[in-house]
Design a protein around this ligand. Structure first.
Ligand SMILES: O=P(O)(O)OC[C@H]1O[C@@H](O)[C@H](O)[C@@H](O)[C@@H]1O
Length: 278
């Protein structure tokens, strides 16, 4: 892919965020030169396939889709750079990306839409603000939205994820589609994990991320939290993921997926996430 496909927010002090316009995928977030996101060594950057790692943008569908690709089309189309990186008065760096419907998107999903994705890079934080707008005068559409964040970790078995106790979850590793309730005060991962936790609180903390630090996730208008790690067997099934990479990542995904957002003509929806290295 051409170098012009990549946009870099550079805050100084080796704190940067790199966005590939393919899917507006955040492919790197470095804080003091420490990479915080996992991208597979086997990730494909061909401008077609979704990028395996970083923060893929999931819209308008989460999961398999009868009409189009798994996890929707936003992660596999080229976005526009609406506003190039700019330093704010605070010293933070902001850039804005946008996506509107095209022949390609209308072929699978017939609605006009406008997506705006604003990223702000702070000293130890990455802010994501998303706005979805329905410009139609007559049609209502419904959608899922999710930030599929792959956190880089030295060993996923040593991570603890807070904020899930008491939450109902759908366990996607079982066929029944049954709902369970989380009893643990912290969730740990020691096997194939694929769960949609519902009505989760605004904040989670993941322990033992890069350099043994903690990562705080704060979210607004994202009622669900998906936790995913493919583990040994499912890692092997993915061509764009190394067989031995699963211990080095955990996906903790902020989303609106267990129920759709319904957007009436002329209406907008906003959601946001803040990632903070503690
Ligand atoms: O391989 P993909 O399409 O990027 O999806 C990866 C995973 O994404 C997770 O969000 C889903 O819950 C999993 O079921 C899925 O396997």
């Amino acid at each position: 892919m051409a170098a012009t496909s990549v946009v870099v927010l550079d805050r100084g002090n080796n704190t940067t965020c790199t966005i590939n316009l393919h899917g507006a995928t955040v492919v790197s977030w470095r804080v003091n030169n420490q990479e915080q996101l996992f991208v597979s060594k086997q990730a494909v950057f061909d401008g077609k396939k979704a990028i395996r790692g970083g923060i893929p943008f999931v819209f308008p569908q989460f999961g398999p889709w009868n009409y189009g690709p798994q996890h929707g089309f936003a992660r596999i189309v080229r976005w526009n750079l609406e506003k190039p990186p700019e330093r704010l008065a605070s010293g933070d760096i902001e850039a804005i990306f946008s996506l509107i419907d095209s022949d390609f998107t209308r072929a699978v999903w017939s609605y006009p839409f406008q997506l705006t994705y604003r990223l702000i890079l702070r000293e130890k934080e990455l802010h994501s603000n998303i706005a979805v707008y329905n410009p139609s005068k007559e049609s209502t559409f419904s959608f899922n939205l999710l930030l599929h964040t792959y956190f880089k970790v030295p060993d996923v078995r040593r991570c603890q994820i807070t904020g899930l106790q008491g939450c109902t979850y759908l366990d996607k590793t079982t066929n029944e589609g049954a709902l369970y309730q989380e009893t643990r005060d912290v969730v740990t991962i020691g096997e194939w994990t694929d769960r949609i936790y519902q009505n989760t609180p605004h904040e989670h903390i993941i322990t033992n991320v890069v350099s043994g630090r903690k990562m705080r996730i704060q979210k607004c208008n994202f009622p669900d939290t998906v936790i995913w790690n493919p583990w040994v067997e499912h890692a092997k099934e993915m061509n764009d993921f190394g067989d031995d990479e699963y211990p080095n990542m955990v996906c903790v995904e902020s989303g609106h997926v267990s129920s759709p957002v319904i957007l009436l003509p002329g209406m907008g929806f906003e959601a946001s996430q803040i990632l903070q290295v503690m």
